[in-house]
Design a protein around this ligand. Structure first.
Ligand SMILES: C[S@@+](CC[C@H](N)C(=O)[O-])C[C@H]1O[C@@H](n2cnc3c(N)ncnc32)[C@H](O)[C@@H]1O
Length: 272
């Protein structure tokens, strides 16, 4: 149990650099006690998203994966010292100009460049709700956002230190090479999902495939998901221990603000 306080202070200070749907920053205080008993292990996040949890737990070693290659390119470029040198403004005309530029890079096969990462950052901060959506031809099509004021970053040096021992990959979760002592925290798209995270949707077969993959892991595992009946049944049948939490309040279709029930499915962890 090393550097508990420093980890938590850093967690409070170092905010995720991007806006990302499904961020689990609110879960960090629930995960910290379990993580702190295992923080000598490598943290593996098969669905790292915007890194809200990783930056909260501050592991020394981590393998961070997400199917979204633009997101992962951005993290890899930050790790290599990304500096954004083009003008950034909350301006509609400029936004569409940069969106075209980003799509041109994708067309030219330059999606893994520093320029693509810089534009991705700008589009993420300036576009509607930080969404990441592509049309059928694979081009980014999120409209201009509705923010009053945006503070942009040009350099990302605060992230350089923790990123040094973190590796970033972009593939389907099942392709990741985990080692038996790894601590896995898995935060897949919700079973019932209102947001579209990437071109590929995550269906029920994927949820089941994930359950089996996690059950096969020899080391500690924590999974978070919406506590739908079938998710609960799936993880019960795989002998996980379940804990229920109230998620942040969400506005339902009737306009009611009800907290979504969240489940943490846990395995291979001494919880005492
Ligand atoms: C709920 S979000 C993760 C949010 C993250 N825990 C955070 O706090 O920012 C789920 C992520 O899974 C990714 N994803 C979807 N399908 C995937 C797959 N088959 N393999 C790996 N990642 C996938 C999406 O791109 C998305 O970023």
């Amino acid at each position: 149990m090393t550097n508990t306080n420093t980890s938590y202070e850093k967690a409070v200070i170092l905010k995720p650099p991007l806006k990302w749907a499904g961020g689990k920053r609110w879960l960090v205080p629930h995960l910290l006690p379990v993580w702190q008993r295992n923080n000598n292990r490598r943290l593996v996040e098969p669905f790292c998203g915007g890194l809200a949890v990783t930056l909260g737990l501050m592991p020394d070693q981590a393998l961070l994966n997400d199917f979204n290659q633009h997101l992962v390119n951005f993290f890899n470029q930050v790790k290599s010292g990304l500096i954004i040198d083009f003008p950034m403004e909350n301006d509609k005309e400029l936004y569409y100009q940069y969106r075209d530029k980003f799509n041109k890079l994708l067309k030219e096969g330059k999606q893994h460049s520093a320029e693509a990462a810089g534009l991705f950052y700008y589009l993420n901060r300036t576009g509607f709700n930080g969404l990441c959506r592509f049309n059928q031809k694979g081009f980014f099509n999120v409209p201009f956002g509705r923010y009053k004021k945006i503070t942009y970053r040009r350099e990302f040096s605060p992230y350089a230190e923790p990123f040094r021992n973190w590796s970033f990959q972009s593939q389907d979760f099942e392709e990741i090479r985990v080692e038996q002592g790894d601590f896995i925290y898995a935060d897949p798209p919700y079973d019932v999902d209102f947001t579209q995270y990437s071109e590929k949707t995550f269906n029920w077969e994927d949820q089941e495939r994930l359950g089996r993959w996690l059950a096969d892991h020899k080391g500690p595992v924590v999974l978070s998901n919406q506590a739908t009946e079938r998710v609960v049944e799936l993880y019960k049948s795989l002998n996980f221990k379940l804990h229920y939490l109230d998620g942040p309040r969400r506005i339902s279709c009737t306009g009611e603000r009800t907290p979504a029930k969240e489940v943490l499915a846990v395995k291979g962890i001494d919880e005492n």
